[in-house]
Design a protein around this ligand. Structure first.
Ligand SMILES: Cc1cc2nc3c(=O)[nH]c(=O)nc-3n(C[C@H](O)[C@H](O)[C@H](O)COP(=O)(O)OP(=O)(O)OC[C@H]3O[C@@H](n4cnc5c(N)ncnc54)[C@H](O)[C@@H]3O)c2cc1C
Length: 462
C-alpha cells in the first residue's frame, strides 16, 4: 500500500493523499452512521486526469476504492469497507459555466448542490433538484444516487436533469461529456448507466445539468386534511388547476407533525394537531398577481368541498421558509430517535394507507413497541418511513418487516436513497433475476477487476 500511495501521490500531489487519523475518521461513514470503517487512505484528486491516473494505478494494484461526495447518503454506499481507499471529489467543486441561452450549468462533480442552486439563481435560472441535505450533498452524489427530493413532481429526478456526464472508468479512461442539447438520437444513452449506479461503474467527474428559467412567483400553503382520500383529491385538483401543476406536494402524517412539535412552536405555526394529514403545497410560476389569485381560489374551492379542513398561505418568504423547516426537520426527528432506521419505499399514492396498515400489523406481531412516523413526496410515489427500533440489535428486523411488506404489496425498496450495502439483500424484491443478471454483466464489462464500490448494490462476487 505504501508504494502504491507514493505512486498516487506523484499523480495528485502532496495534499492529494491523506492518512492522518482525523481525516480518515471524517471519511469513515455516511449519514446512516452504520458500520463505520476508516478508509486505508483518503485520495483527493484535483482534476479528471488525476482521477484517471489514480484509477489506472489502483486497477493495476487491484486496490479497491469507494467514491465519496458529501457523505449525506443514507444507505451505506459511500461508507468504506476494510482496506478501501476513499476517493473524494472535494477538490473538484468548480461551477464552470452557467449558460442562460442553452439553459445549462456545467459543474465538477464535487460541487455542493446548494452552490449550484445559487449559481443558477444568480443568473435568473432554477436548478430544480432540492433536498434537505442541499448544504452538504454533491452533484456527483446526486447523480450516483439518482436523487429525487422536493420538486420531482414538477421536474423529475436527477436522471431528468442531466444532459451530459464526464466519467472516468475503472481502467482510467475518460469518457467526455459532449451532450449539451435536450435531444439525442445517437444510439445508447450511456450516461444513464452511471446515474443511480452508486459509484460502482465509474467516477463521475463533471456534469452538464439542465436548468429552467427562474420562476417569478411562489405560492406556498400548509394544509390540514381530514383523510387520505381528501389528500388525493387535493393533489389531483391542484394538478389540473395550477399552471404546470404544483412544484412540491409534501404530505406529513399526524405522527410526523406531532414529532416536530418543538420546531413548530419555535416557528409559531398556527395549524393545530387534530388532523390526520398535513400537506405542504407549493406552486411556482411567472405571473405574480395571477398565480396568487389562482392558488388562493383553488384552495378556497377545496375548503368548500371539505377536502381541506384548515390552511395557512405563506405571506412572505420567511413564512414559506418556516413551512419548509417543518418538512425538513426529518434529520432532527431521526436524531431524537434511539435507533433510527429510514426507508424510501415506492408505491402509488392510492396504495399507501393499505401499505401502512399492513406494516403496522406486522410491527405489532413481530416487533411490538416499534414506533414510526411518516412523510411522503406523494406525487412521485415516495413514502418515507422513519422508524425507531426498540433496540439496536433489532434494526435489521425492522428492515426485514418493512421489506416483507414491500414484497407482499409489490412496492419498491428504494425510490431515492439507493441500495448501497444496507438494502442490497432486499434488491431482489424490486428487480427480477433477469435484471440482476444484466446489472452483473454491466458491472463486469465496465469494472472487470471489481475495484469500484465493491459490494454496493450487488453482493460481492462468489
Ligand atoms: C437530511 C437528509 C435529507 C435527504 N433527503 C433526500 C431526498 O429528499 N431525496 C434524496 O434523493 N435523497 C435524500 N437524502 C440522501 C442524500 O442526500 C442523497 O442520496 C445525496 O444524493 C447523496 O449525495 P452525497 O454527495 O452526499 O453522496 P455520498 O453520500 O457521498 O455518496 C452516495 C453514493 O454516491 C457515490 N458517489 C458520490 N460521488 C460520486 C461521484 N462523483 N461519482 C460516482 N459515484 C459517486 C458514492 O460512492 C455513494 O455510492 C437526504 C439525506 C439527508 C441527510
Amino acid at each position: 500500500v505504501t508504494s502504491l500511495l507514493s505512486r498516487i501521490e506523484a499523480v495528485v500531489g502532496d495534499d492529494g493523499v491523506r492518512v492522518d487519523a482525523d481525516v480518515l475518521e471524517r471519511h469513515s461513514v455516511d449519514w446512516s452512521r452504520t458500520a463505520a470503517q476508516r478508509p486505508a487512505a483518503v485520495i483527493r484528486p484535483a482534476s479528471s486526469d488525476q482521477v484517471a491516473g489514480v484509477l489506472a494505478l489502483c486497477r493495476s494494484a487491484a486496490q479497491p476504492i469507494v467514491v465519496q461526495g458529501g457523505l449525506s447518503g443514507v444507505c451505506g454506499a459511500a461508507t468504506p469497507r476494510r482496506g478501501e481507499f476513499a476517493l473524494t471529489l472535494e477538490r473538484m467543486s468548480a461551477i464552470e459555466a452557467v449558460d442562460t441561452d442553452g439553459l445549462l450549468v456545467v459543474a465538477e462533480a464535487g460541487a455542493i448542490l446548494q452552490r449550484v442552486q445559487e449559481a443558477a439563481a444568480a443568473a435568473g435560472l432554477l436548478f430544480p433538484l432540492d433536498l434537505g441535505a442541499r448544504g452538504s450533498c454533491t452533484v456527483g452524489g446526486n447523480i450516483a444516487t439518482n436523487a429525487g427530493g422536493n420538486r420531482v413532481i414538477r421536474y423529475g429526478t436527477m436522471r431528468n436533469l442531466v444532459l451530459g456526464l464526464e466519467v472516468v472508468l475503472a481502467d482510467g479512461s475518460v469518457v467526455p461529456a459532449r451532450q449539451r442539447i435536450l435531444k439525442d438520437a445517437t444510439g445508447y444513452d450511456l450516461k444513464q448507466w452511471f446515474i443511480g449506479a452508486e459509484g460502482t461503474l465509474g467516477v463521475v467527474t463533471r456534469a452538464t445539468l439542465r436548468v429552467e428559467p427562474r420562476p417569478q412567483s411562489a405560492n406556498s400553503a400548509l394544509l390540514a386534511v381530514p383523510d387520505f382520500d381528501a389528500v388525493r383529491t387535493v393533489l389531483s385538483s391542484l394538478r389540473r388547476e395550477l399552471v404546470g401543476g404544483p412544484s412540491a406536494f409534501e404530505v406529513m402524517w399526524a405522527d410526523y407533525w406531532q414529532s416536530v412539535a418543538a420546531t413548530r412552536a419555535r416557528l409559531g405555526l398556527s395549524l393545530d394537531g387534530a388532523h390526520a394529514y398535513f400537506v405542504l403545497v407549493e406552486h411556482e410560476g411567472f405571473d405574480d398577481a395571477l398565480d396568487s389569485e389562482r392558488f388562493a381560489a383553488a384552495l378556497g374551492r377545496l375548503v368548500e368541498r371539505g377536502a381541506i379542513a384548515d390552511a395557512v398561505v405563506a405571506q412572505s418568504a420567511r413564512e414559506r421558509d418556516a413551512f419548509w423547516q417543518v418538512r425538513d426537520a426529518v434529520a432532527d426527528v431521526l436524531s431524537a430517535m434511539r435507533h433510527p432506521v429510514t426507508f424510501d419505499v415506492g408505491l402509488a399514492a392510492a396504495g399507501m394507507p393499505r401499505f401502512l396498515e399492513r406494516l403496522q400489523r406486522a410491527f405489532e406481531a413481530r416487533l411490538p413497541g416499534t414506533r414510526a412516523v411518516h412523510v411522503a413526496h406523494l406525487g412521485d410515489g415516495t413514502l418515507h418511513i422513519l422508524a425507531d427500533a426498540v433496540e439496536l440489535a433489532r434494526e435489521h428486523e425492522v428492515a426485514d418487516v418493512v421489506y416483507a411488506t414491500v414484497a407482499e404489496l409489490g412496492a419498491s425498496v428504494s425510490t431515492e436513497h439507493g441500495i448501497g450495502m444496507l438494502k442490497r439483500d432486499y434488491l431482489r424484491h424490486s428487480r427480477s433475476a433477469a435484471e440482476l443478471a444484466m446489472m452483473r454483466g454491466l458491472k463486469s464489462l465496465l469494472d472487470p477487476s471489481g475495484i469500484l464500490g465493491r459490494g454496493r448494490i450487488l453482493s460481492d462476487p462468489a
